[in-house]
Design a protein. Structure first.
Length: 766
């Protein structure tokens, strides 16, 4: 699909839209403090027409910098626009993440699309401003006070029955108005569109095969590309024999730039043949660490960065005085996104401009990196988001966009590039591997007197950002450096919960300089984190670092409850002070009809099948929600196979914009968390990654019997909207582990819980 070369102003004029523009110095400071300050966009986020256009036919076009990768933001944000503007949902068209048309809202990540556009002076406030402007116009036209008017379905009505539609008000008018920070939002108790279950707006196209994924984008004159990756990690190009592929029909170009190698051909099949046949002589890279001893080895490595999250200063003294001390060590492997479809992008690079259709979650940062890679002014590059196979983090979406652009520039033709399964799995940015050591001291009554934890995270950069293409494989091969991990002394974090990616357990008070920001009662506390350089690329994977930390924190909490002879739910409530977290824990327990139990206080069978029940909860770090999860799990003691049968989930993410969407997020998160708990692990030898297909990377497949999920949504008013997409997944691993502890009396501390590890734990217990 060839996009026309047109300015945003021309685009709006072509819609017959009401264009609202202004100069508002009072708004600039607020945005300068936000995520837009350093971004290079010609679309001013302080201007209303950057967000909203009311068209001459009464429809509304809204522009958002947050994209839908399958998590439902198309529907939720459309509901938001319809609600705040008082128009029917079917009259809203949402344009997402196009650097020629939409504001720069950074990266769609961290479940922050809802908090960003619902709470801040972004899309919601723009809609409220537009509604008040239109009501003001109607008041003048009808000669009545604005406060006496009501709006329904885009029609403004006076008490005397006179009406005027948005379409009638638009005409040729243009306004010079600021985005009004005081424009009143629609109150929660008056919602008509928000808060209602709405089927995903893209569902008909998805179900009928008409949805345009990035894989389906076509550009006139388009050819096909493939990358040729190194045979081993860290290898570099010595020589490329271009003559080795000259006999392939339709061969267009071999593109070599530093250590980047790719081929371009007239068809995808020809490109695949060329990539397989091209002779490249590589210099070997350094050996990879032994996977069997990886965790032990990297515990001994010099950290690149330390963070002291909380430290009450009395931990060692309190541990020495404790009635009993409990210790445990937990490990989490590298895991990949493992998107069902491999990443794809289409690039059309001309001598003086470039357009890239990309599945990136970071349209503007990707544009900035492309400007560096192509040696082109950033304002000459357009990035258009098109949904890929989904990833919730950083799979190959950014890398494939860079690769397609380099191949297009080298070949002088528009290029479509789709990775092979091996390209994707061997070179994507994995979720970080971690080791977490826990230590706590109990009082004679079993309550927690002191908690000490230390973790090590294997890290090698994050998303490419606005100026670091080297944070993915493509950028590194092109010669760009990743973000530096600056060494330094331990530092203290800041933030809403001060728990640093859920490093700090919800049961710690999280006190820094006398200010407590966590959710618990344990005030003798220390949490120290270390970052260690990773041999593999790493990056965000749904609930990045949080799932690892919450797994260890919540499993350790059950171990402490078992040592105290206490019921896991009651023990948690005893150590929690945050009322919203207590409420979701109680709601999940009630939904599950939880019966008090004391883990570790009875004998267990050694053969056959047993069932257990586990619980976990979290106040998710940052602007995200509160969640609790109860898991019912069957354990086959003879085979070591675990089978979760039922989950009960309670969520408090502030006002619920779409109950169906939130339940989808909970259920999908639990399923993905289950897969990551039971089988997913990146494997490697001393040269390369060996988990390169579905036979060697063990995600749950479509034949798996999905457990029943019961979801309880707490829908408070008068509080900010919070993110929901990363809450339930975070609790799946510890809830499953704690259910196994309840069923079989064994501690599963190393993810994934393979049958071999379960059987080994059973044998150790015996």
């Amino acid at each position: 699909m060839k996009m026309p070369e047109t300015s945003r102003r021309d685009f709006l004029k072509g819609c017959g839209a009401l264009v609202v523009s202004f100069s508002a110095l009072e708004c600039v400071d607020a945005f300068a403090q936000g995520p837009f300050a350093a971004h290079q966009s010609h679309i001013d986020p302080t201007k209303l027409d950057s967000w909203i256009a009311v068209n001459g036919d009464g429809t509304v076009t809204a522009y958002t910098g947050k994209c839908d990768m399958g998590q439902g933001q198309l529907t939720a944000q459309s509901q938001l626009v319809a609600e705040e503007l008082c128009v029917p949902l079917q009259r809203v068209k949402l344009i997402m993440c196009d650097t020629d048309l939409t504001p720069d809202e950074g990266t769609t990540s961290g479940s922050q699309s809802t908090p960003t556009n619902f709470n801040h002076k972004n899309l919601a406030q723009a809609c409220a401003t537009a509604r008040e402007a239109l009501v003001g116009m109607a008041a003048q036209k009808l000669n009545v006070p604005a406060g006496s008017l009501t709006v329904t379905d885009g029609v403004v009505t006076a008490k005397n029955g006179k009406q005027v539609s948005y379409a009638d008000l638009v005409g040729a008018h243009k306004f010079n108005l600021p985005l009004n920070p005081n424009a009143k939002r629609r109150p929660h108790n008056e919602w008509v569109v928000l808060g209602k279950p709405v089927n995903s707006l893209d569902r008909p196209e998805l179900m009928t095969g008409h949805f345009e994924y990035v894989h389906y984008v076509q550009v006139p004159g388009m050819v096909h590309g493939r990358v040729v990756r190194p045979p081993a990690m860290g290898a570099s190009v010595r020589h490329v024999d271009e003559s080795s592929v000259r006999d392939i029909p339709g061969m267009v170009k071999v593109v070599v730039r530093k250590d980047f190698v790719g081929v371009v051909a007239g068809t995808q099949y020809a490109a695949i043949q060329a990539a397989q046949k091209l002779k490249v002589d590589w210099n070997p890279g350094p050996p990879l660490p032994d996977q069997a001893t990886f965790f032990e080895e990297y515990l001994q490595k010099q950290p690149t960065r330390d963070t002291l999250f909380v430290d009450s200063g009395d931990v060692d003294k309190q541990l020495a005085a404790a009635h009993q001390i409990v210790r445990a060590r937990y490990t989490w492997p590298y895991q990949m996104h493992g998107s069902i479809g491999s990443s794809c992008a289409v690039a059309d690079v001309k001598p003086d401009s470039a357009t890239v259709w990309s599945p990136t979650q970071s349209a503007y940062p990707t544009r900035s990196c492309l400007a560096m890679i192509l040696g082109m002014p950033v304002d000459k590059i357009r990035v258009i988001f098109r949904r890929g196979a989904g990833c919730y983090g950083l799979n190959g979406a950014d890398a494939v966009s860079f690769d397609a652009a380099v191949l297009s520039q080298g070949a002088g033709r528009p290029v479509r590039l789709q990775y092979s399964r091996e390209d994707e799995m061997k070179w994507e940015n994995y979720g970080a591997a971690m080791v977490i050591e826990q230590r706590a001291g109990l009082r004679p009554n079993g309550s927690i007197a002191v908690w000490d934890r230390e973790d090590w995270a294997a890290d090698r950069g994050t998303r490419p950002g606005y100026d670091r293409p080297g944070n993915v494989i493509s950028g590194m091969l092109l010669g760009y450096e990743p973000y530096p991990l600056n060494p330094g002394p331990a530092k203290k974090p800041s933030g809403a919960l001060r728990n640093g990616g859920n490093v700090v357990p919800s049961y710690m008070a999280g006190c820094i300089d006398g200010v407590c920001g966590s959710a618990g009662t344990v005030r003798s506390e220390r949490a120290l984190g270390h970052t260690v350089f990773s041999p593999f690329f790493t990056g965000p994977l749904r609930s990045p670092i949080r799932i690892q930390n919450t797994f260890s924190n919540e499993c350790f909490m059950d171990e402490l409850a078992a040592r105290a002879g206490a019921d896991p739910v009651a023990y948690r409530l005893q150590h929690l002070s945050d009322e919203r977290l207590r409420a979701v824990l109680q709601a999940a327990a009630k939904a599950a009809d939880w019966k008090p139990r004391a883990a570790g206080k009875h004998s267990y069978p050694r053969t056959g099948k047993v069932s257990g029940r586990g619980v976990a909860c979290v106040a998710y770090e940052g602007h995200n929600g509160y969640a609790a999860l109860v898991a019912d799990v069957d354990v086959d003691l003879d085979t070591g196979i675990l089978h979760p049968r039922r989950f009960f989930c309670a969520l408090d993410c502030g006002p619920v914009s779409n109950p169906d969407g939130m339940r989808n997020q909970a259920e999908g998160g639990i399923l993905q968390g289950m897969s990551r708990t039971l089988g997913e692990e990146v494997t490697w030898d001393r040269e390369k990654v060996t988990s390169i297909d579905w036979n060697t990377f063990h995600s749950l497949d479509m034949s798996y019997d999905m457990p029943t999920v019961t979801t309880v949504l707490i829908d408070p008013s008068g509080v900010p909207a919070l993110g929901a997409g990363e809450t339930a997944i975070t609790l799946a691993p510890p809830a499953i582990a704690n259910a196994v502890l309840d069923a079989a009396g064994i501690h599963l501390r190393d993810v994934p819980f393979t049958p071999e590890r379960v059987k080994a734990a059973l044998q150790q217990q015996a």
